[in-house]
Design a protein around this ligand. Structure first.
Ligand code: SF4
Length: 375
């Protein structure tokens, strides 16, 4: 690999064409950590409004460390990958307790923060402190795979090793942050997944894939298994103008999130909603909440993906007949809430879509409710 030529060309290109992103306005390590935690599996465009809102509420590690987890999750609601929010919260608490509130310029201490793997450690250390630490994320991974004309899938064990080794060889002793960001920006704007703009590329002369005409087939990929289908059912149960909701306990998918009472129906049970044997929705609601309700037929469905599962959630409308809410198996709270009150709780993606629909049509889903559009 022509290390010096690639460094020089990329840094010159980055000065002219690098992207302007809110977390690049300064080299604040906390802001960089927040942005990188948010960017995991999420696009820059989706992250920017969350990042700005989050920073207004939690401008530094101390304010984040002092917050309740429920508020942190609420600020993260809609971004997905909620484990990241919890890890960021824990990292802020560690920064305050062990480092006085400032992320230290110390690779070992940064790597020891919760949720900080090799990529995020490299990003914080190089962007904030200009330490010559390599990074590999989706964009730079593609660029490096093409520069090397990598035959392996870069996400395989062998491929990953070669890409990280190339990133480590390329990162310069000075301007490491700019260099790492130039690799990412090149992947985001020029060396795109399909039809890379090789004619505009500052490192075209050093690119092995281009030399061999392989830029359209590299990076190689291994077909991913199809998502596993899961079927669940939930009931939107009312008493006057209030809705019955439950909060899930610690551990498992949707930890501490609120939802309408939901049972597992078919397929694997990633959220641990099964009972000892099959139960219908009214019986499931009674066991989960202590509330007896008359529940209509399935009136709507919503489909969504979570980890490797594709969930179809069947939704029915119900009315309370008897009983006072008591949290059942796997739950830590259950209560009646008005629509306004529901807005202050943190729901997963399906719950948020149900809430949005209820705000528009409080009687939804009646027995003949329309399908919720698929995401
Ligand atoms: S020459 Fe083309 S394939 Fe190679 S790094 Fe540049 S844009 Fe990517």
């Amino acid at each position: 690999m022509r290390v010096d030529a690639i460094r020089t060309c990329l840094l010159a290109w980055y000065r002219e064409a690098g992207r302007t992103l809110p977390w690049r306005a300064d080299r604040d390590a906390y802001r960089i950590l927040v942005s990188e935690m948010m960017l995991v599996q999420t696009t820059v465009a989706a992250v920017i409004p969350y990042y700005e809102r989050f920073l207004r509420r939690f401008p530094d590690a101390r304010s984040l460390a002092d917050a309740d987890e429920s508020e942190v999750l609420k600020m993260w609601e809609g971004l997905g990958y909620y484990r990241r929010a919890r890890q960021l919260h824990a990292a802020a608490r560690q920064v305050v307790s062990a480092h006085g509130g400032d992320i230290p310029d110390d690779p070992e201490a940064v790597r020891a923060l919760p949720g900080v793997g090799p990529y995020i450690a490299g990003a914080v250390l190089s962007f904030a402190f200009d330490r010559p630490e390599p990074i590999v994320e989706a964009n730079s991974q593609r660029v490096l795979a093409r520069l090397l004309a990598l035959e392996e899938d870069p996400t395989s064990t062998a491929g990953r090793r070669r890409v990280w080794s190339a990133a480590a060889r390329l990162v310069p002793p000075q301007q490491a942050g700019d260099f790492n960001q130039s690799l990412m920006d090149l992947g985001a704007t020029i060396c795109t997944p399909r039809q890379p703009s090789c004619l505009l590329c500052p490192v075209a002369a050093s690119c092995e894939a281009r030399r061999r005409g392989l830029q359209d087939v590299i990076p190689r990929s291994t077909p991913r298994p199809a998502p596993t289908e899961v079927r669940e059912a939930c009931a939107v149960i009312t008493q006057g103008d209030r809705y019955l909701v439950v909060q899930r306990g610690r551990g498992g998918l949707w930890e501490q999130f609120w939802e309408f009472p939901t049972i597992h129906r078919e397929g694997p049970d990633p959220a641990g909603r099964s009972f000892d044997g099959p139960v219908d929705l009214p019986e499931g609601v009674r066991r989960l909440t202590g509330v007896t309700a008359s529940i209509g037929p399935v009136a709507a469905t919503v489909r969504f993906g979570v980890t490797r599962y594709r969930v179809t959630l069947e939704i029915a409308r119900g009315e309370r007949r008897a009983g006072t809410p008591q949290p059942g198996p796997g739950l830590i709270d259950t209560r009646w809430e008005t629509l306004d009150g529901l807005g202050a709780l943190t729901f997963g993606s399906a719950g948020r879509r149900i809430l949005e629909r209820l705000r528009r049509e409080p009687g939804w889903p009646g027995p003949s409710g329309a399908l919720v559009p698929r995401s």
